[in-house]
Ligand binder design. Structure first.
Ligand code: GDP
Length: 427
């Protein structure tokens, strides 16, 4: 049984919490794309953690946590996080790193930073974790696979070739220090020593696990609207954020992904640049930001304030569709308990035309929100375990959004903790 947990929006929907929760029944949890450029915040019996690279299943001793081939693997970052877990009393998780995963090189981080500096005002708002230069190199076929760490002569020969073009850019475009092969080889030897005990053939491992009837969870990073194909290109991330890519980025047959749990947040937030139709500003945004998530909507990787908005039915319906949602997990609903009325964006006005269809980026940038206001419930809904015990206005809000989405909301998250969840039978 393979399930995917992915985002409907711009990321930060609470996927980490849902994955941590569902990991109780999972044998294997796999990250299949992305890198250390986004964070999952998890609150459980060990405390509060911000994970960037480790799969969110690492808190259980029965799960195997896997870095799939589709991930941008930051080896020192990965082991720093791993060490932090142990130092805070979490039992050593079982981990496996795909021999086909590629490595975020020190120069990927540098190029990310230099390019953002060069673009200045026109920058993408990158977290400077090296993700765009990493995936550029991967698809330009000059990336370094984990397996290559174990063949030094081949690695050296490859690096000598790869850094020629990098040094031209460093010298003439960025005016920065050049790369040296010897130094890079030393760094990669350290990476090899760290990773070696955990490297394996992940697709073969998964094949056996599937035959043995194991439960497998694919954990996505960011959300539909940051997908390079279907999102708000070019203000997207550099790897596919979609459940469909889970098969590729983990090494599994696509038809095995039976459940696609799309995590959708009860209001909107986004980081980085790009069109955000239901965005709000000023005091209204500041209040939602400060009350949002668990202790405020500030980036788990960068600490920067997130852009805030009300729920966007157009973007979220599209986000669920493009993921192929079988279930929607509707999260952070408790945060809205302070509002008398809750605005929801139900359509876009693009050059006077009203539409419920999510447009391509050029049209999206001209879209204005069409609002509908729903009544608030003005109570704290944390701690409630049964759907029927939620205030009527709160159920109405959920059911209005479910009808707008056209996909079943089977889980409602009303707090950051593992147990803050209400299951709903709607199928
Ligand atoms: P992810 O990247 O999708 O895993 O999301 P983040 O971890 O960046 O952001 C979600 C934030 O909301 C985290 O701080 C979570 O602890 C918190 N969170 C998740 N679900 C809920 C919820 O139902 N209610 C509240 N109040 N916070 C939640």
């Amino acid at each position: 049984m393979v399930k995917a947990v992915v985002g409907a929006n711009w990321g930060d929907e609470g996927k980490g919490k849902i994955t941590d929760m569902l990991s109780a029944q999972a044998d294997i949890v796999i990250r299949f794309q992305g890198g250390a450029n986004a964070g999952h915040t998890i609150v459980n019996n060990y405390g509060k953690f911000a994970l960037h690279t480790l799969p969110s299943g690492v808190f259980y001793d029965h799960t195997m946590s896997i870095i799939g081939n589709g991930v941008a693997l930051d080896i020192p970052g990965f082991f720093k996080e791993y060490g932090e877990l142990l130092s805070r009393g979490v039992p050593a998780p079982k981990i496996m790193i795909s021999d086909r995963a590629q490595i975020v090189m020190p120069y990927h981080r540098l190029f990310d930073q230099y390019e953002e500096e060069r673009l200045a005002g026109a920058s993408f708002g990158s977290t400077k974790s090296g993700i765009a230069p990493f995936y550029s190199d991967k698809y330009a076929k000059v990336g370094i696979q984990v397996s290559e760490l174990f063949d030094e002569p081949r690695l050296r020969e490859k690096l000598e070739r790869v850094i020629v073009t990098k040094n031209i850019l460093l010298e003439h475009l960025y005016h920065k220090p050049l790369l040296a092969v010897d130094e890079l080889m030393e760094t990669l030897k350290e990476y090899r020593e760290m990773a070696a005990p955990y490297v394996g053939d992940v697709s073969a491992y998964l094949d056996e696990a599937v035959r043995a009837g194991k439960n497998i969870l694919l954990e996505g990073q960011l959300g539909s609207l940051k997908d390079p194909d279907h999102g708000i290109y070019p203000m997207v991330t550099s790897s596919s954020t979609l459940a469909g890519f889970g098969a590729v980025g983990a090494g599994l047959p696509p038809y095995l992904i039976k459940d696609v749990i799309v995590v959708c947040k009860a209001y909107s937030s986004a980081v980085g640049a790009g069109a955000f139709v239901s965005e709000i500003f000023g005091d209204e945004a500041a209040e939602l930001r400060n009350r949002g998530g668990d202790g405020g909507e500030y980036g788990a990787t960068t600490g920067r304030p997130r852009r805030m908005g009300w729920f966007d039915c157009v973007a979220s319906r599209y986000g669920c569709r493009i993921q192929g949602a079988t279930d929607v997990a509707f999260t952070v609903l408790d945060v809205l308990g302070y509002l008398d009325e809750i605005p929801v964006c139900v359509a876009y006005d693009i050059d006077g035309e009203i539409t419920g269809d999510f447009p391509v980026t050029a049209r999206l940038e001209r879209a204005k929100p069409v609002w509908k206001t729903l009544p608030g419930w003005k109570t704290d809904i944390r701690g409630i375990k049964e759907y029927e015990k939620l205030p009527k206005e709160c159920r109405d809000y959920i059911e209005f959004i479910e009808a707008e989405l056209g996909y079943p909301i089977t889980m409602v998250s009303n707090g950051p903790g593992r147990d803050d969840i209400i299951y709903r039978k709607v199928k």
